[in-house]
Design a protein around this ligand. Sequence first.
Ligand code: NAD
Ligand code: MG
Length: 402
Amino acid sequence: MINVAILGSTGSIGTSTLDVIARQSEQFNAFALTANTNVDRLYEQCLQFLPEIAVMVDINSANELQQRLKTQASTRHIHVLSGIKALDEVAEHDQIDYVMAAIVGAAGLDSSLAAAKSGKRILLANKESLVMSGDLFIQTVKDNGATLLPIDSEHNAIFQSMPARQTDVNTKNKNIEKLQVSGVEKILLTASGGPFLNKTLEELHNVTPDQACAHPNWVMGRKISVDSATMMNKGLEVIEASWLFNATADDIQVVIHPQSIIHSMVSYSDGSVLAQLGNPDMRTPIAHAMAWPERMASGVAQLDIFKIAQLDFEAPDFTRFVCLKLAYDTLRCGGTAPAILNAANEIAVAAFLKGQISFTRISNVVEETLNQLNSQTADSLEIIMAADAGARTLATQLCSKL
Ligand code: NAD
Ligand code: MG
């Protein structure tokens, strides 16, 4: 039996992971579940999956969950923990084999790193942790013999289309070669373009949070949904891909593909292009990473190739989707620039979701924050966290200015 910890079990990725586990309960056990404040959902999950440990970061939520679990004989054994440190405890727990890192935002960094330090198989959905601390993260994975498998659908597709030697980060101290050594010319990172692909800049100004969160192909949490609408999500994914596959900014071409059937491609020097296709459902990459190197059923319907009338491709427009350009700029700059980008974006997205700033102001806030703060060498977690904190303070000020 493989014991899995799901960090962020009440979210979109967390729920999909539990759906896969429920279908594969002979192989996988949900050993630990964690959430921030959603007591109702975590309680339901505890009733169904009977984990050993349940974490609620918020102390009041943890107390409430504890009381509810005590009323049922089947759930009385569950240890309820609270606080941020409990996430690290779970990620490092001796009895845990796999850690699904599915917390949203910088809040997921510490526990993802804790999983890497204790040599776990990390199923990485939390792209923000790689964006903030890519160098440190990959080094920690290597030093501790952890296994890093991407859950983000594009990166999972690239992983499946890459030669094994390009994805083998788990081998101790092994340095991955440049892509070209494996005959790879380019990574073609697909993007749906989000709900506003064809809107003009003027139209973008007045869009609402609910419009931004209504993604045409995927059902996701609100933060990543807004990131998809600004295309910051694709920008973060470019940075994520650079760390996972040892690629430079020039090695990664973003391709708009509105149908989200091809999840990404790898182009080779002999003219071959390998792609991974499937219905847009996160249970496919989740099941892939859990079963790897084997395969198992995920509950996702087989792709009906005859029903796909057409697959379209176009180049991204950096003038309407400024966030994508800013992310490329920070990747080229290196150091703490991606962490500053990520932190400013988290603040700006939260302000947009609360109705404090307009949609187009998100990219302004990120750009102004990047202009005002200098990037430094990101060689320690302290430096990265200081850059994150500085960017949050400045972006918060910028959001309150009209
Ligand atoms: P979500 O908002 O649906 O869920 C977030 C989860 O994190 C919840 O369980 C919540 O309780 C927990 N959480 C939130 N803030 C927390 C905090 N401060 N401390 C501890 N826990 C906290 O998000 P999601 O859509 O599932 O996305 C999760 C991650 O996966 C993100 O990094 C996202 O970019 C990535 N991802 C998501 C999808 C998708 O289809 N949803 C696809 C690719 C990548
Ligand atoms: Mg993605």
